[in-house]
Ligand binder design. Structure first.
Ligand SMILES: [Zn+2]
Length: 135
């Protein structure tokens, strides 16, 4: 999975801004490279789980479509746990076509990882950060 550096920085910034609550949103790709973040409100206002605001989610889906972007991933933060899907994340990962980004703020340096979750089975996907200028 490829993503431009700028979006990685934006995900980390969003995670830090919302901490200790979880931050969440969608990621949009063009030609197989994630180039845009769609920030969504975590209506759970929780540090352990998240739910999208359905109204914002609807707008993001529409915007992405209008911009020719493929919403290929969901991201959320783990302010105080590892960048690994929790039991609840696995349970709620209803879309097998989706990729799930998790940014952990637990360590000294932020950790961003991406997973596929299919029928309860978690697999980490390799992540390649692409120079913004190459897009
Ligand atoms: Zn989680």
């Amino acid at each position: 999975m490829r993503i431009i550096n700028k979006v990685i920085r934006e995900i980390i910034d969003h995670a830090k801004k919302e901490s200790p609550l979880e931050a969440c949103g969608y990621l949009g790709a063009k030609d197989g490279i994630i180039i845009k973040k769609f920030t969504l409100t975590n209506i759970d206002k929780s540090s352990e789980h998240f739910s999208f605001d359905p109204k914002e989610q609807f707008i993001a889906v529409k915007d992405a479509r209008a911009q020719g972007l493929d919403l290929c991933a969901v991201y959320h933060s783990h302010p105080s746990s590892l960048a690994r899907p929790s039991q609840e994340d696995i349970k709620l990962a209803y879309d097998p076509a989706m990729n799930y980004f998790i940014v952990s703020l637990l360590g000294v340096k932020e950790d961003v990882r991406v997973f596929s979750i299919k029928n309860g089975e978690v697999n980490e996907i390799s992540l390649e950060a692409v120079d913004d200028k190459r897009v």
